[in-house]
Design a protein around this ligand. Structure first.
Ligand code: C2O
Ligand code: CU
Ligand code: CU
Length: 491
């Protein structure tokens, strides 16, 4: 069912580089890199086992107008699509061909945060490799997840540089007949610095979180999304950008939401616009019931700061992709219902997390690297949760395994912060005091400047140490992260 978008631009560049090359070392390097860009675009599990390998390395850019070099998995940015099933045993070898440490995070998966699981405290040194291994529960929700580096202090550089892969877990939602009948495309939304390198000069630096001016879908500029008249298109959207918040709209068509970060919702919900912060995913159906033609998938202006003059939105809509009618089929209906999202138990306690930034001279853990690009005569800026910047060895929050809590996320800042929790999905209970329209499984929620969001989470199955943080990865690297210890009761 998965339809890869056209790859002509990507492959075209790879072949052009071959020329009449002789194997001089530099040319040989290039040959190897070109060859690696031809590795499969999808890596899938077979017979209940996923044996996957990702090689992180710097590669010549495949993006027209993009930076000269990109950070790639297996020669690709975004990396190959990974596809597994609920119940699968997953073994993923990460080989580090970068000149700096890296690691992996399995964003949104409900797996242990310890050992060879979703352990973001592991580090793979340059030239090293490690194997992540875990089993997905048989009842793991189907959905779109995200594999990306989580090396503190370097996460933003590495993701902005190009690293990240979408991860599809097949399961319950995929078996709903109307959903199964839809044509499916995974769309990885990622922005890149443009080759001119003016991005830094555009006031889109680390404090706001770096945005690139080149907007791509699966590493392509304005790809085509074919739809037959009468057909259903399932768009699985991942915001794999470092800091850009998308505001999506499709000309002439509602986006019918069927799943959020952590899986299906109860009832399809047609949306005129869809805001997607870094790390968030949305699964939408598009019905091919309009006059055949071309319709643009747009990114509408979004202002990510309430502060005057900061984070000013681009003032015009940008085209991300184009829906194009081709052929016709007997009209396919939308599903009426999906998968119920059960209410979580009443919370045993409520905690408050205040997100803010602080300016000052030093004294902010892990700031020096991140501040490199900011200048400012020794002044530093850091981000904090409840007055504390991230320290890998300090546990900020201890919770009991099996307990349910409400977390009140208070954005006391002039910038928006997408708040993200590892390992356990949550439900948003209220936003600015107002209840959500329906229950959804989330792991990342946009908390706008000055806003408060109440979320509810049950810490199920897996004890251990993990993190919560802002998914504007520049903010994360500058300290907007806390350590969570999930403790077994009575220990
Ligand atoms: Cu996708 Cu800790 O992040
Ligand atoms: Cu995550
Ligand atoms: Cu932030």
């Amino acid at each position: 069912m998965t339809t890869p978008l056209r790859r002509r631009q990507v492959l075209g560049l790879g072949f052009a580089a071959l020329g009449t090359a002789v194997a001089a070392p530099a040319v040989w390097n290039r040959l190897q890199r070109s060859a690696s860009s031809l590795r499969p675009a999808t890596l899938a599990s077979r017979g209940g086992v996923a044996e996957l390998e990702l090689l992180a390395q710097s590669s010549r850019s495949t993006i027209p107008g993009g930076p000269a070099e990109l950070l790639t998995y297996n020669g690709r940015s975004p990396g190959p699509l990974l596809e597994v099933k609920a119940g699968d045993q997953v073994r993923l070898r990460l080989r580090n061909g970068l000149n700096q440490p890296t690691n992996l995070h399995f964003h949104g998966l409900h797996i242990p945060p310890t050992g060879t699981g979703d352990n973001v405290f592991l580090t793979v040194p340059p030239g090293g490799s490690t194997e992540y291994a875990f089993r997905l529960a048989k009842d793991h929700p189907a959905g779109l997840f995200y594999v990306h580096p989580h090396q503190h202090g370097l996460s933003a550089d590495q993701v902005f540089g190009g690293l990240g892969s979408a991860l599809v877990v097949r399961g319950d939602l995929d078996r709903i007949p109307e959903v199964a009948a839809a044509h499916e495309s995974v769309l990885v939304l990622k922005d890149y610095a443009s080759s001119g390198g003016q991005d830094a000069a555009m006031g889109v630096g680390r404090m706001l979180g770096r945005e690139g001016r080149l907007l791509t879908v699966n590493g392509e500029i304005n790809p085509e999304l074919p739809i037959p008249s009468g057909g259903l298109l399932r768009l699985r959207l991942l915001n794999a950008s470092n800091a850009r918040i998308y505001r999506l709209a499709l000309e002439g068509h509602p986006l019918v939401l069927i799943a959020t970060d952590g899986g299906a919702i109860g009832t399809p919900e047609p949306l005129k616009e869809l805001v997607l912060a870094p790390g968030e995913r949305a699964d939408v159906l598009v019905q091919g019931n309009q006059t055949p033609g071309s319709y643009r998938l747009l990114n509408l202006p979004y202002r990510r700061s309430g502060h005057m003059g900061m984070g000013a939105a681009e003032e015009r809509p940008r085209t991300l992709a184009t829906l194009r009618y081709a052929g016709a089929v007997a009209p396919l209906p939308l599903p009426q219902t999906l998968i119920p999202v059960a209410a979580l138990p009443a919370p045993e306690r409520t905690r408050r997390f205040v997100l803010a930034h602080a300016m000052g001279m030093g004294g902010m853990g892990g700031m020096n690297h991140a501040m490199g690009g900011m200048g400012g005569g020794g002044m530093g800026m850091g981000f904090q949760i409840n007055g504390q910047a991230f320290e890998p060895d300090r546990i900020n929050t201890r919770v009991q395994l099996g307990s349910t809590e409400d977390w009140l996320i208070v954005n006391d800042d002039v910038m928006d912060h997408p708040f993200h929790l590892h390992v356990n999905p949550f439900q948003v209970i209220t936003r600015g005091g107002r209840p959500e329209s329906q229950r959804r499984w989330k792991d990342t929620v946009l908390v706008k400047a000055g806003e408060e969001v109440r979320l509810r989470v049950t810490f199920r199955d897996f004890p251990g140490r993990t993190v919560y943080h802002c998914h504007n990865l520049d903010h994360e690297d500058m300290g907007l992260m806390g350590v969570l210890q999930i403790e077994e009761r009575g220990v």
